[in-house]
Write a protein that binds this ligand. Structure first.
Ligand code: ACM
Ligand code: ZN
Length: 767
């Protein structure tokens, strides 16, 4: 908080050369300017705007009246002021105007006790409003009146423009259901960060969530289920992880004929209410009715939609609808016809992912459709279905989006590809080379249901959608970025928010801010400033990982534990006996000194006392492990590739496929498929020191030095980095890395001295 008084001014914050003067009877406090996403240009000038009761919010054009009403409501709840929207000029004035080439661009000028927001289109005005919202003290987010606050903002001049037109979040309401109020709260959070596309995954195997008048069973039956394996899994996690956010929300249960059913759906009136709530906030809603796969909730409740009546689960996916039957095609069109009327936007998402086509191979209707249309494969049959549906979309004035599987079997000219399969590396290049638009949501790192760790925010922040080798014309076809929240393991509002935030803030900035302004340290500071606001909004965000230590730390003599946390409102409590810290456990205040080997468990608590993550780390009182006498001959490490199908490094055995000399801890060229890799050699360290080893792998790996297990990163897993230390005397030390994977993984080891210098791997020698 910056304090501005008439007696002088308090030094530079984010912006230098600042002098604020306010009424001499009162010191006016304003916040440090800290905006997320970062705007294009900001100039802060002397003075402040103080919001007063009965202030008027003017709008230049009737289309902006909802925006003025939205701003009036936003600023009146916490202040208790009565603010009115008026046509024409006001204390705050909203105008439509050309403020840049792109829709969504805006200017915001605060000077002479006036605020002017000029937006390129309605969404530009909303972007300006959201910037203004972030200039007010965080308490402005309170739903109740708050006293003792200066409702003031600093004088600024901001010119801003979005990088991408699509800054989205997808919510899966099928696997677990979120009611109208929960969706609105989610939209409020999106709008705060200028996210403008709400992709609503409304149907899937586990539940149909949108009323379709022509087919009432879709929601009468298809919206309800007895507990499935994920529900039971969540309930188990609630207990085993002592985490109530995994409890199944009782609001989503009903008892019918003695059975407890989970579910819920939106009536068409609910949908219209949410769509207009989003529209006021500048957010388009993109419905997804996933087809032809992921349709069990439909094909299980209406006869004649699937290839045969034996619908259920195949090896991985469910029985799809039958594209060979006109009845099924008409059903799909009927459903979309009602959907088109509910969502007044250009884009509609057809899904199209993960279709089990084995039924199509056996189905006479599907095979006939293929013969008649000269289709050579079932993949082409899906394309035929996509094209048939797309023609229907286009005839109704809509454009189709599909998951990147729609590329297979032939892409139509006008569909937009939503790229999700990171491993299908060429998807966005192929689609853009074909002239199709692409929305980026590659599962790593954009799937927000994936667990979070130290890297999840920075991996999003640093993501570069402009892939190497793309032409300028291809880059032009990148519409933007989106985070997806799949909800099999997310049964509550609390868990959903925890998975979404704060990662979604990095997506917001990636989608909005000019990449020339990229500055990770600056972003972290602005992110840190957002937590206070999120707390006032009662958003159950995840406190980012504690920093300042490794999985395992070594000290000689006495060690010092010095933690850092990006969230200044978080409390850290800890134990050293392996038990789970509570609010009554010792509180971490400054640093902790350790004289003996100690196992710490740190747990973070939100400002409202709610438990967040815990982390375990060991501080080991070390001794320098002695070097060995060797006279290595051949430079490099020796790698032996075994044909190994198991999932434990210490069990690697089997036929030897090859032996390689490598200069780095990597998967040697040509090694693929069933990999069991044994890497041996020596590391030469230049001085007696504590060295840090960073081992990244997908799947498992282990590192031994001097025959001692230093890093255990074993077992099947996605890319995971483990960092441990070891005290070592200058000279040679034997090193062994073991690694396994079966589908094309990652392996990397980096070694640092205590001064942060990378130890080059030219110091490694084979036997
Ligand atoms: C997807 O994750 N199946 C789009
Ligand atoms: Zn069929």
């Amino acid at each position: 908080m910056r304090r501005i008084s008439c007696k002088g001014w308090i030094g530079a914050g984010v912006l230098a050369s600042t002098l604020f003067m306010a009424s001499c009877t009162h010191e006016v406090k304003v916040e440090e300017v800290s905006l997320l996403p970062l705007p294009g240009e900001i100039q802060q000038t002397e003075g402040v705007f103080v919001l007063k009761n009965n202030a008027k919010i003017g709008f230049s054009d009737p289309s902006l009246e909802p925006a003025a009403g939205y701003l009036a409501e936003m600023l009146s709840r916490a202040t208790g002021y009565s603010l009115t929207a008026v046509s024409g000029k006001g204390d705050i004035s909203l105008q439509n105007g050309k403020t840049g080439e792109k829709v969504g661009a805006y200017t915001l000028r605060i000077a002479d006790n006036q605020i002017e927001i000029k937006g390129n289109g309605y969404s530009g005005v909303i972007s300006g409003i959201e910037t203004l919202r972030q200039l007010f003290p965080p308490q402005i987010e309170s739903k109740e009146e708050v006293g003792g606050i200066d409702w003031a903002v600093p004088n600024v001049s901001i010119t801003d423009v979005p990088r991408y037109e699509w800054r989205g979040l997808m919510l899966d309401v099928s696997r677990h259901f979120y009611d109208k109020e929960e969706v609105k709260e989610f939209l409020d959070l999106m709008s705060l960060y200028k996210m403008n596309k709400f992709h609503w995954h409304l149907t899937d195997d586990q539940g149909w969530r949108v009323e379709i008048k022509k087919y009432p069973l879709l929601t009468e039956k298809g919206a309800w289920r007895t507990f499935n394996k994920h529900d039971r899994g969540c309930m188990e996690k609630a207990k085993s992880e002592d985490n109530p956010d995994y409890e199944i929300d009782v609001k989503k249960l009903r008892v019918e004929k003695g059975d407890t059913l989970y579910g819920g759906f939106y009536t068409q009136a609910d949908i219209k209410e949410i769509v207009s709530y989003a529209a006021v906030r500048g957010i388009d809603v993109i419905p997804e009715i996933d087809m032809p796969g992921h349709m069990l909730a439909a094909v299980g409740n209406y006869e004649g939609l699937a290839c045969n009546e034996k619908v259920g689960w195949g090896a991985t996916f469910s029985s799809p609808m039958c594209p060979g039957k006109d009845k099924a095609i008409n059903f799909c069109k009927d459903v979309y016809k009602e959907i088109f009327d509910l969502f007044p936007y250009k884009y509609v998402h057809i899904g199209g992912d993960e279709v089990d086509k084995t039924n199509w191979e056996k189905c006479p209707d599907c095979q006939k459709r293929m013969r008649v249309n000269h289709l050579k494969s079932e993949a082409e049959l899906q394309s035929w279905f996509n094209h048939e549906m797309e023609a229907f979309f286009n005839a109704n004035g809509k454009e189709m989006i599909g998951w990147d599987e729609i590329i297979e079997g032939g892409l139509s000219e006008t569909s937009t590809v939503m790229w999700w399969r990171s491993w299908s590396k060429d998807a966005s290049k192929k689609a853009t080379a074909h002239g199709n638009k692409v929305i980026y949501t590659p599962n790593a790192p954009f799937y927000l249901d994936y667990q979070q760790d130290k890297k999840s925010i920075v991996n999003i922040y640093n993501y570069n959608p402009e892939l190497e080798g793309m032409t300028d014309a291809q880059k032009e076809l990148i519409m933007g970025v989106q985070g997806n929240i799949w909800c099999e393991w997310i049964p509550s509002r609390e868990r959903m928010q925890y998975m979404a935030a704060p990662r979604m803030l990095a997506i917001a900035e990636l989608g909005w801010t000019n990449p020339n302004q990229k500055d990770w340290e600056g972003f972290k500071k602005r992110l840190s400033n957002q937590f206070k606001r999120l707390n006032v909004m009662n958003i159950n965000y995840r406190i980012p990982d504690l920093e300042g230590f490794n999985n395992n730390n070594v000290f000689i003599g006495e060690g010092v534990v010095a933690l850092t946390c990006l969230d200044p409102s978080a409390e850290i409590h800890y134990t050293t006996d392996g038990s789970m810290p509570t609010l009554d456990s010792p509180k971490y205040e400054d640093t902790i000194r350790v004289k003996e080997t100690t196992d710490f468990t740190f747990r973070l608590f939100r400002a409202n006392g709610k438990k967040s993550d815990f982390v375990k780390t060991r501080y080991v009182k070390g001794v320098y492990s002695p070097a060995v006498q060797v006279a290595p001959s051949t430079p490099g490490l020796k790698a032996v590739w075994h044909e190994y199908r198991g999932d434990s490094c210490d069990k690697i055995a089997g036929k030897v496929n090859g032996t390689y000399r490598i200069e780095d801890v990597v998967i040697p060229k040509g090694v693929k498929g069933n990999i069991g890799l044994l890497i041996n050699g020596y590391i030469k360290v230049p001085k007696d020191d504590i060295y840090t080893f960073v081992l990244l792998s997908d799947d498992g790996s282990v590192l031994r030095i001097d025959n001692e297990l230093v890093i255990d990163n074993d077992g099947p897993h996605a890319p995971r980095e483990i960092v441990c230390e070891k005290a070592m005397k200058a000279g040679y030390h034997p090193i062994e890395v073991r690694y396994f994977d079966h589908n094309g993984g990652t392996l990397q080891l980096k070694v640092f001295a205590s001064d942060g210098k990378l130890i080059p791997f030219t110091n490694l020698y084979a036997h």
